[in-house]
Ligand binder design. Structure first.
Ligand SMILES: [Zn+2]
Length: 224
């Protein structure tokens, strides 16, 4: 599969995710297309297997418990809508209802009833389920993509790119649930609803992202 085979907006949102990785600046630009491609592909391939299965059933069959919590899901300043708990004794996904509700309210400030509560919960369940699949199949996306080596001062480091796993999880949710858009789109709608971004700054951001993606693709074409 090639990067061109994916919806352009999926690639764009995948790049948005990658840009938020703490080692993004250390990744050689010419490697980015194949990193995006691999991450999207793992998510999509796994997602295809669940297209005709109810995601709640699939989670149950994988021995994962779903807990609906009335806690806010706030951890320091980050407000979680869902989390996974995985240990020798526990396989659980927690859905924080108040955070889901706040999210929905703000998304709906932008677009009326674009998603139901059930749909938004399914997106979060699918996302977390993908992280279980990564562990259960011993195929974590960040490990498949591999290490990035870089120097900082006198020291050389190597690190995996954790955000590749997030790209996989979003693409998994999109594919398994047959969503029309990459789930990150709703995060932006939420930020706009919250007043942390305007529609205009969102458009500008997408435009910048698009420029960056085209620039990166050009580097790759020149190299090939
Ligand atoms: Zn995740």
């Amino acid at each position: 599969m090639r990067l061109d085979d994916f919806d352009y907006s999926d690639v764009l949102y995948a790049l948005n995710e990658l840009r938020q990785d703490f080692i993004y600046e250390k990744i050689p630009k010419e490697k980015i297309p194949s990193i995006l491609e691999m991450s999207l592909e793992v998510g999509q391939k796994n997602g295809m297997k669940y297209r005709h299965t109810d995601i709640k059933e699939a989670i149950k069959n994988a021995n994962i418990n779903v807990l609906f919590s009335d806690k806010s899901g706030t951890f320091f300043k980050t407000r979680y809508r869902a989390q996974m708990e995985l240990s020798d004794k526990k396989r659980q996904i927690i859905i924080y209802r108040p955070s889901i509700k706040e999210f929905l309210d703000l998304v709906h400030k932008q677009q009326i009833n674009v998603l139901s509560e059930n749909e938004i919960i399914r997106i979060h369940l699918a996302h977390e389920f993908f992280h279980f699949i990564e562990v259960d199949t011993d195929q974590k996306v960040n490990e498949l993509v591999g290490n990035i080596k870089y120097r900082e001062g006198l020291f050389s480091h190597h690190s995996t790119i954790l955000k590749t796993s997030e790209i996989g999880a979003h693409m998994f949710a999109k594919t398994a649930l047959g969503l029309s858009t990459f789930p990150t789109y709703y995060d932006f709608q939420y930020l706009i609803g919250k007043g942390m971004m305007t529609n205009q700054s969102f458009d500008e951001y997408l435009h910048d992202l698009d420029d960056e993606l085209k620039h990166i693709m050009n580097i790759q074409h020149v190299l090939n």
